[in-house]
Design a protein around this ligand. Structure first.
Ligand code: PMV
Length: 317
């Protein structure tokens, strides 16, 4: 029996970093995906294969002793095996078309697809259970994750997300054309989140004010998304970029990308942790190819669309 799960990557339209501190964020799934296939084996080991390498680890191994590149998957497999009271292991194979460390949700999509795929070997995976398992797995390498990425990867579409109160799907009738510009400098989310935490501790009052401003911006962004008001969404993105610059997650290269792409589009901002990774911009259908051509002369640039379908599981015997 093979359990195969597919889960999409994501972009954060609004609210990265602030979401870690309790503010809302708007996150959407994109048409780049991870596929995880799992099978039961008859050994006492968990085997993991991905583009980062291969490992076979005894089920009895402690999660914290496992190399970070395999840890979330080992944690998931061990947990699900123990919950189902079985003694044998599983083989897990991960394939991804999402660039790593670019802010496009590669690690969370891997956690969601792995949670769904391994669970599928034992019972029908339910969304909320998969989200819970995936966030728990991601916390083995990134303890402060807000959970926004795993949630949207499991659900698809666009969601409004808040750490303590959960998610609401934002119903959108139109297609949005987003441009992604990859700085090709991978970032370390954990390190950037810790740096923002330090900024917050050093600037408590202004950080609290910025969280309120971000929240107001999100209210405005939700209604402009629902009204397909591209000008206002673009302005909100540019304003969000200013907040991200203030908390110190931008750099000269990202600023240079934002300035170039902003001239050609409704608005642009960093997506994800910053300090590298990607910039996103909102454009119109008729202009997207010329923007990609122009910015693509200097940086890896592509269009993404919003993926309405979240994780999907297929079991074959
Ligand atoms: O860059 P990414 O894909 O790791 O996104 C991080 C987003 C943060 O808001 C900075 C952290 C989080 O868990 O929400």
């Amino acid at each position: 029996m093979t359990s195969k799960a597919i889960a999409p990557g994501k972009i954060i339209l609004f609210g990265e970093h602030f979401v870690v501190h309790g503010t809302r964020a708007i996150v959407c799934a994109i048409d780049k995906r991870v596929t995880v296939s799992s099978e039961k084996n008859d050994t006492a080991g968990i085997s993991i294969t991905s583009s980062l390498g291969n490992a076979t680890i005894p089920i009895t191994e402690k999660v914290n002793n496992v190399d970070k590149k395999f840890r979330p998957f080992f944690h998931l497999a061990k947990k699900i095996i123990n919950q189902n009271d079985v003694k044998n292991g599983v083989n897990i194979e991960i394939e991804s078309d999402i660039p790593i460390g670019a802010g496009l949700g590669s690690s969370s999509a891997c956690c969601v697809a792995a949670a769904a795929s391994i669970s599928g070997l034992f019972s029908k995976p339910e969304n909320d259970k998969v989200i819970e398992l995936a966030i728990d797995a991601e916390r083995t390498i990134f303890p402060k994750t807000s959970g926004a990425d795993c949630t949207v990867s499991a659900l698809g579409g666009i969601i409004e997300y808040q750490k303590d109160s959960g998610y609401n799907a934002i119903q959108i009738e139109h297609d949005f054309n987003l441009i992604v510009v990859n700085s090709q400098n991978p970032h370390n989310t954990d390190m950037v989140v810790n740096r923002v935490n330090q900024y917050k501790n050093d600037n408590e009052e202004s950080f609290t004010d910025m969280c309120k401003e971000e929240d107001n911006l999100i209210t405005k962004a939700i209604s402009s998304l629902q009204n397909f008001d591209l000008q206002t969404i673009g302005k909100c993105m540019s304003q969000n970029q200013i907040f991200l610059e203030r908390i110190g997650v931008s750099n000269d290269q990202l600023l240079d990308i934002v300035k170039s792409v902003e001239k050609e589009t409704f608005g642009a901002k960093i997506t994800g942790a910053g300090d590298g990774g990607c910039v996103i911009a909102l454009t119109e259908n008729s202009k997207k190819d010329s923007v990609v051509e122009k910015i693509g002369a200097e940086y890896e640039t592509y269009t993404v669309t919003i993926e309405k379908t979240g994780m999907q599981v297929n079991i074959t015997n």
